[in-house]
Ligand binder design. Structure first.
Ligand code: NAD
Length: 440
């Protein structure tokens, strides 16, 4: 059985490493963040991801899953090397490939026999070729010549349900021009293959594009319903019913038709602007996605402005913020709408009492420039107590079961901004709230 290295032990790398070891493979997870690797060796999981901890624990116990900062050893020992490092946006929107390129160079420096390099990071079309060139350049400098195959295997897992998504993906995309590498990948993913998960075999470029085209489409779908929601609000229509009516059409599907304060996270914002950048670079602008990016920025601002519009001058107002993560069941706040909205209301003079079940520590450094205006609370009721209004930004389950009577009693003013459309307007108004949703 092939030994596997996963380089980059973040949301994708750790779930991939843990998942593959649970499939029975022998996996070494590599990261250049010493603290992260030390923590993992001590059984501390650096991210909040439901269901991940027992899998890591179980496979560490059976020694199928190990952690190291020593990429040299991992490359030497493993036949298959996954690249799962970050590809953050640069100033012009294009994906920054410096981490991927560094790993490619490290592989070239340390390769000692045939290897299959599997790129799981989301990378612009053409990156597989670049990775191969970088590896071969290093081999040439060393005066050695080992064969190498580069496979593009984009990841579609969602934070919050990452373990499930990894084990039960809708499809596995394998981009490669090598039959030998494809056969090895089928063995790596043997469990998924046996479980009748659809496998798509393509060339590298197609696999790389499938990831961007999928993410940009989903971002566009969210943005579409957000814009329809804004219009519904003006026209007296209810976007919840509109979305339901649309979703019944199987060509549309009800997924990703929930209006909210704009999409965030580590993927949609960066992947949409990377696709826009690719379109411009090659002379075929993806105008729908250009507009999606603009409309999403606008949506976040519109939500912040809505608070001001409803409550008037925010100077001296105290606002309870429920939810900081970009979505429930994760601690990730990368590009979260909460960042834009908090910055806006604080600039307008408000103070914030915030609570999120998983991202309080992350918030403290991500919002360090406005931390003096934020009190981090122990739960939602402490945040709500004596506040002038409450704003739900993330649809954590616990915010779906608020003790509404208690909320009403604790609030100084009954303003309730439900930017995830959890509650019914009429019910909330009957409790005496001044309720604002999205598109209702
Ligand atoms: P992350 O920032 O959580 O993790 C990246 C890890 O790589 C970090 O731990 C970092 O220390 C490590 N790293 C960087 N350079 C390294 C090097 N030279 N050697 C060893 N380790 C190194 O990132 P992520 O969210 O896991 O995303 C990784 C990739 O997967 C990105 O391209 C992303 O777009 C894509 N992706 C992410 C998700 C998601 O939900 N997070 C889903 C699908 C695809």
């Amino acid at each position: 059985m092939y030994k596997i290295a996963v380089v980059g032990t973040g949301y994708v790398g750790l779930v991939t490493g843990a998942g593959l070891s649970d499939f029975g493979m022998n996996v070494i997870c590599v990261d250049n963040d010493y603290k992260k690797i030390e923590d993992l060796k001590n059984g501390i999981i650096p991210i909040f991801e439901p269901g991940l901890s027992p899998i890591v624990e179980r496979n560490t116990y059976y020694k199928r899953l190990t952690f190291t900062t020593d990429i040299k050893r991992a490359v030497e020992e493993c036949r298959v090397i996954f690249i799962a490092v970050g590809t953050p946006p640069q100033d012009d929107g294009s994906a920054d490939l410096k981490y991927v390129e560094q790993v490619a160079k490290d592989i070239g420096k340390n390769m000692n026999e045939y290897k299959v390099i599997v790129n799981k990071s989301t990378v612009p079309v053409g990156t597989a070729k670049k990775v191969r060139e970088l590896i071969e350049e290093k081999l040439k400098q060393r005066g050695v010549n080992f064969p190498v195959d580069v496979v593009s295997n984009p990841e579609f897992l969602r934070e919050g349900t990452a373990v499930h998504d990894f084990c039960r993906p809708d499809r596995v995309v394998i981009g490669s021009d090598s039959q030998k590498a494809v056969e090895i990948m089928k063995q790596v993913y043997n469990v998924l293959y046996q479980n009748d998960i659809p496998f798509m075999l393509t060339n590298n470029e197609t696999a790389e594009m499938i990831k961007y085209a999928s993410n940009a489409f989903l971002a566009m779908k969210i943005t579409y319903i957000n814009e329809i929601a804004n219009l519904c609000e003006k026209l007296g229509a209810n976007v919840q019913d509109v979305a339901e009516g649309m979703g019944k059409d199987r060509r549309i599907s009800p997924e990703f038709l929930k209006p909210g304060p704009g999409y965030g996270g580590s993927c949609f914002p960066k992947d949409t602007i990377a696709l826009v950048n690719m379109g411009k670079q090659y002379g075929f602008p993806v105008t729908l996605i250009e507009q999606t990016v603009r409309a999403n920025e606008n949506q976040k601002k519109l939500m912040a402005q809505k608070i001001e519009k409803v409550m008037g001058d925010l100077e001296g107002k105290e606002m309870a913020i429920l939810g900081l993560a970009f979505k429930p069941n994760t601690n990730d706040m990368r590009e979260a709408p909460s960042i834009t909205i908090l910055k806006y209301i604080i600039k307008k003079g408000a103070r914030v009492k915030a609570y999120d079940p998983a991202s309080m520590e992350e918030a403290k450094w991500r919002l360090s420039d406005i931390n003096d205006k934020i009190k981090y609370c122990k739960d939602e009721y402490e945040a709500i107590d004596k506040s002038d209004g409450v704003v739900i930004l993330t649809e954590w389950d616990r915010f779906k079961r608020l003790d509404i009577k208690k909320v009403k009693e604790l609030l100084k003013e009954p303003y309730f901004f439900d930017f995830r459309n959890i509650y019914e307007r009429s019910a909330m108004e009957s409790y005496g709230f001044k309720y604002s949703g999205v598109g209702q």
